[in-house]
Design a binder for this molecule. Sequence first.
Ligand code: GCW
Length: 640
Amino acid sequence: MQSNIEVFKERNAWLQRTGMNGPTLEIIGAPEEKASGAAARELSAGLTRLGFCGPQAGKIILDVDKTLPEEGYRIGGGKISGGSDNGLLYGAFAFLRELAQGKEPFEIKEESAPKARFRVLNHWDSVSGKVERGYSGNSLFFKDSKLCFDESEIIDYARLIASVGINAICLNNVNVPPDAARLIFPESIEKLKSLAAIFRQFGIRVAVSVAFDSPVIDGLDTADPLDEAVSLWWNERASELYRNIPDFAGFVVKADSEFRGGPAALGRTQADGANMLARALAPHGGTVFWRCFIYDCLQDWRDQSIDRPKAPYELFMPQDGMFDENVVLQIKHGPVDFQVREPNSPLLGAMKHTAQGLELQITQEYTGQQIDLYCLPVQWEEILAFPEASGGELRSIIGSKITTIAGVANCGKSSNWTGHALAQLNLYGFGRMAWDPSLSAREVAGEWARLTFGEPWERVRDLCLKSREAYEKYTTPLALGWMVNIHHHYGPSPEGYEFMKWGSYHRASHSALGVDRTSKGTGLTKQYNGKLAETLDDMDACPEELLLFFHRVPFNYRLKSGKTLLQRLYDDHFEGAEMVEGFISEWQALKSQLAPEVFESVSKKLALQLENAKEWRDVVNTYFYRLTETPDEAGRKIYV
Ligand code: GCW
């Protein structure tokens, strides 16, 4: 989204154009509650920006009603009630959201409470100020190896993310080099404390990523979780943090992953490592968010006995029940790595005795890098509907087995927070869907487009909703994945990862494509629940959009449409690029209704996207043509 201020400015201008000034609303707060202060403050500022300055008078009453869920709210008949101060604040934001979409203040009626306890943004900000996989400028929090921030910018940012329901934020990258490990050392505490104080005003708790080997960085000779001196070290760090930041959320940990230290490297289990940290935080009410993104990143491509997507389940399932209560195992939505299309991780919902977190990526690492338009809520809606281990939709276990939804943030110091003006939809959608996983992509995109653009909202919404399909078609359809350029992950390179050590292969030959992950192949399908495992195992029954994830498929295999696999791949690449041409005309047609800067900046991005789409189309089509020597049935141009 644009900053709320931008949204309100536009809305205000729209109200003035249409002569629709609303009533002046008087806010009657509940003075004994400290954040009804925050709710009243936000409501009053929001109402002014929305142009509620007309002649009629009305009253909005704010109150805390402890019978409501803690973060929940109820709006009706001119009254906003919250289950707590924070609930009231969410109620105030919800009220403004409805007003800004054109509802009459006294007709707004809504009751809502989030299911997930933690709705977290994970920033991958490095202390240098650069952002790993960041496409929106530098970090909002760091510069030159230190915490360094602009207070008023952080206030705007906190308001922005709280307004969509975020209640925790992890400030730094999960890759924690020694200089970043110092973030929890005494020298950083004062700054951390003042940053946390700003977020606290918006109901947001601060977490940090920690290096598992921090004690060694501080001079101890081991980071062994079973060593008493190591536990003591962590206990002390935790006590000092909580003395200064009583609502500190906890630690995010990437251990034993991609060259990071961890318990396995010391001969201990994941549970040993996570529990040691959890016990340091437990007395203070903190949580350990322990990531499950662990696999062999030094795999020999010749060794077909290893299959990367099997790794998290193989490692963590046997340890189910061994983790302390304040450990959340944070699981990437797919078993590999944030590709355009993956099945859900089989680990989601499979562990019966361990709190789980769903990790999504809002920053567009593999999905267009905020150059290409890509509406992530479309993908998230599918992820939330995918069957979890006991057969129900994933969204049905949010609030029970899944306590946390974490999103890798897409924000930075760019003028519009997200680099691409339309990538604001992804941040907005993440917050809204983390709050209410039953919301559809169409609903959240509609809300956002209406709040941001006013009149042409339906056309902007529809354009955004098609963008995922286009991107999937011109890059890697049918869950093929991994044809990206290595390291930076933008643009095509069909064999970029094919002979690397990262475990992400497609093994294309002249006659077939994909990895056999069925029970006759690597056996990944066996990690899924019985009925789903059977469906995935059978090439004819497997959902077509996941075909190349689970099967090695001959190029002449006939899909349900009657097309061969090869022809489908050609068609998708041509159609995807054509869709982008369509987006450009649709956007051009909106010119007179859009703010000139937004129109121009998105037009530039769309032109770059078209170049990217054509590059993908031509590189991938040529690659398959050269392997198969089979032409496109429609005779379109393929470079040979
Ligand atoms: O997708 C990969 C990214 C890395 C990232 C890693 C992870 C932060 O390419 O940049 O590191 O995943 O999720 O830990």
